[in-house]
Design a protein around this ligand. Structure first.
Ligand code: SF4
Length: 330
């Protein structure tokens, strides 16, 4: 499915204007609209496809003022007496002017980077777009927008939001060894071990999902519970064909050969999981980091061989049907 964001032109302009002030983190708004989610999507992927929308867009969708696709909110007209008081009329007026200025129209699809380029090349004097607002107020907005436009296409600084997935203690006194992947549909899935303490036999592997566009993680489920054994080091890996793999290590007894890597596969993006089975490694080798796809298409899976204290790699050239182990790396 193509990633696409429905957006009003002035909402995109507002995001770039905020970005121009140095803001990269947008908080949820009391109205419940989704500017924080859409801004995150755009700042994370500047090539994301935007579809120009003059009605309710992806920001409006969850907003409490979005009544069957129509905004019922009003605007403050005290400093713009010539503006219509209904927000939907004001927005439409402004968005139509932006459309004319940027040579776009309802339903037009273009990347965020391209829309930014049009703003750079075509926006000109924006006091005319917001002509009901005193020019000195719009001049300040214009400066911030200009800075946002300048930074947006080339800014390589990583975008991130740091937050707890769940409240501390929600899934046991200890949660550790987290792993996270983006699934084929854009959802995020995280897994970790959860239990009394590292080494305890009540530890299980938990997993939870953040659906694409959502701001709240779904409740965690247990995806591996090997009876009477400690299990840890979960590693998730999402393949381009939609398969999702979970690897983890089970400790059968203390000592270099006491660990075995286990494996489960999901073919429905982590909703259900196939049987748990031993993975194609000898006892004594355990998971540590997630696999990567190499430029030639082979999967490289880094592991730790605790018998020798070395790193080893499994390589698969057939998407996991067979694996070949490299010599140890010290
Ligand atoms: S335009 Fe109206 S419906 Fe849309 S986000 Fe703003 S207040 Fe909510």
């Amino acid at each position: 499915m193509e990633d696409m964001i429905y957006i009003k032109p002035h909402h995109f302009v507002d995001i770039l204007t905020s970005f121009g002030t140095g803001r990269v983190r947008f908080e949820p708004h009391p109205y419940g609209h989704a500017v924080h989610i859409v801004a995150e999507q755009i700042l994370t992927n500047r090539d994301v496809t935007l579809r120009i929308e003059l009605g309710a867009d992806d920001i409006c969708r969850p907003c409490e003022h979005n009544i069957d696709g129509l905004c019922d909110d009003t605007i403050d007209t005290s400093f713009r007496p010539g503006a219509p008081s209904l927000k939907r009329d004001w927005n439409l007026l402004i968005d139509r002017r932006w459309c004319e200025r940027l040579k776009i129209e309802q339903g037009h699809k273009l990347s965020a980077r391209e829309l930014c380029r049009r703003l750079r090349d075509l926006a000109g004097d924006i006091t005319d777009i917001y002509r009901e607002i005193p020019a000195r107020l719009t001049a300040d907005r214009a400066r911030k927008l200009e800075e946002g436009i300048r930074k947006f296409p080339n800014d390589q600084s990583p975008y991130y939001r740091a937050r707890d997935i769940f409240a501390p203690g929600m899934y046991g006194p200890r949660c550790h060894s987290s792993t996270i992947v983006e699934l084929k549909n854009g959802d995020l899935m995280a897994a970790w071990w959860s239990g009394s303490y590292e080494g305890a036999t009540d530890v299980v592997i938990k997993a939870a999902r953040l659906p694409l566009g959502a701001d709240t993680w779904e409740p965690a489920t247990t995806v591996a519970d090997f009876p009477d054994r400690f299990q840890g080091n979960p590693v998730l890996f999402s393949l381009a064909d939609g398969r999702l793999w979970l690897f983890f290590a089970v400790i059968h007894f203390r000592g270099p050969k006491g660990v075995q890597i286990m494996f489960r596969e999901s073919t429905d993006l982590g909703r259900t999981w196939g049987p748990m089975r031993e993975f194609a490694t000898e006892p004594g080798i355990r998971t540590r980091n997630h696999p990567i796809i190499m430029p030639n298409g082979e999967i490289l899976f880094p592991l730790h061989d605790q018998r020798t204290g070395s790193s080893v790699f499994l390589i698969s050239g057939d998407l996991g049907q067979t694996w070949e182990m490299t010599l140890p790396c010290f």
